[in-house]
Unconditional design. Structure first.
Length: 319
């Protein structure tokens, strides 16, 4: 996945959230609606998260150093994980606290500014819809025909899945806030406002949990996609070379480490072995351009000898 598409979606979401946050705080100041306060804090958290994603992308682009010879690509995963923590604590837990506080002391929305929350929420829905449309358009360029759930679960670049989930959560949160404010205006009962706030909090906690699980997997280190592994295998074996075992690891969204032990015939000269390895590396890079680091070890294949590496239970060919 190209980082440019994710950056464009992040910038669109950041612009929308900064404008929306100001309007929501104004609406809260005029009406003291807990749903509006929860939504304002939600927008602030989302804005901070988008800044974190941009910072992570910038830091991940640094060149490798002797201290970090494999580069800084995983910084994007680290900042995405921080996003999930911010969304959980600043967004979700604050909304739940505000809901509890409002439930203990419910009060209706009164005064001449009762219409302001409705106007702000309506405008926010339009702005968030634009942001979500941008994220969907950029995601469609890379997700192929994957279902959306599979795309979120398998994407190696964290920016688009994070923005997608945040935008969907923002739209649902606005609907919940609109429900709570509208019912409070209709009935004069502030408990509806508290209920809308609680729904926002639960939604944000759930989204934060999903983001934490997915980014944790990326931080631990994920292999290449099934399709990329298949292309790597085909590239190695296209000249008759046998794979004894193969492992892949994403060092970053666009950086893949490939390590394999490949078979050579007994009696092969060093020159022929070097040519075979160089040819396999060229074919791998042509098939999977993000394979930046490739380490191929030659060995003699013995059919009746276990060919797996120590601690690897997956058998002769391990991905």
């Amino acid at each position: 996945m190209s980082a440019s598409g994710g950056t464009k979606a992040v910038v669109a979401a950041l612009t929308a959230n900064l404008i929306i946050a100001v309007l929501k705080f104004v609406a809260y100041g005029l009406t003291r609606s807990s749903s509006m306060l929860a939504e304002a804090i939600h927008s602030v958290a989302d804005s901070g998260n988008q800044v974190l994603l941009l910072v992570g992308g910038k830091r991940a682009a640094r060149q490798a150093s002797p201290e970090h010879p494999f580069g800084y690509g995983r910084e994007r995963y680290i900042y995405a994980f921080i996003v999930s923590i911010v969304l959980f604590s600043v967004g979700g837990l604050f909304a739940l606290y505000e809901a509890y506080h409002k439930w203990q002391d419910p009060h209706p929305i009164e005064g001449q500014w009762w219409w302001v929350p409705l106007a702000v929420l309506g405008g926010s829905i339009i702005a968030e819809s634009y942001s979500l449309r941008t994220a969907i358009r950029e995601s469609n360029q890379v997700r192929a025909r994957k279902p959306w759930v599979e795309f979120v679960r398998t994407a190696k670049a964290p920016e688009l899945p994070v923005v997608l989930l945040e935008d969907v959560g923002a739209l649902l949160g606005l609907v919940f806030a609109l429900f709570g404010v509208s019912m409070t205006l209709i009935t004069g009962n502030g408990l509806w406002d508290a209920a809308g706030t609680a729904m926002i909090g639960l939604l944000l906690v759930a989204i934060a949990a999903v983001l934490a699980v997915e980014t944790k997997s990326l931080l631990l280190g994920e292999s290449a996609t099934v399709s990329d592994v298949r292309r790597i295998e085909e590239a190695i074996t296209s000249d008759g070379t046998r794979i004894i075992h193969l492992k892949t690891l994403h060092l970053g969204p666009e950086e893949l480490l490939v390590a394999a032990k490949i078979s050579v015939d007994e009696g092969e000269t060093g020159e022929h072995i070097a040519e075979a390895i160089n040819g396999a590396e060229d074919r791998i890079r042509s098939a999977v351009p993000i394979a930046r680091l490739i380490y191929l070890e030659p060995d003699v294949f013995v059919p009746h000898r276990p060919q797996q590496v120590p601690g690897d239970p997956s058998g002769p060919v391990a991905h």
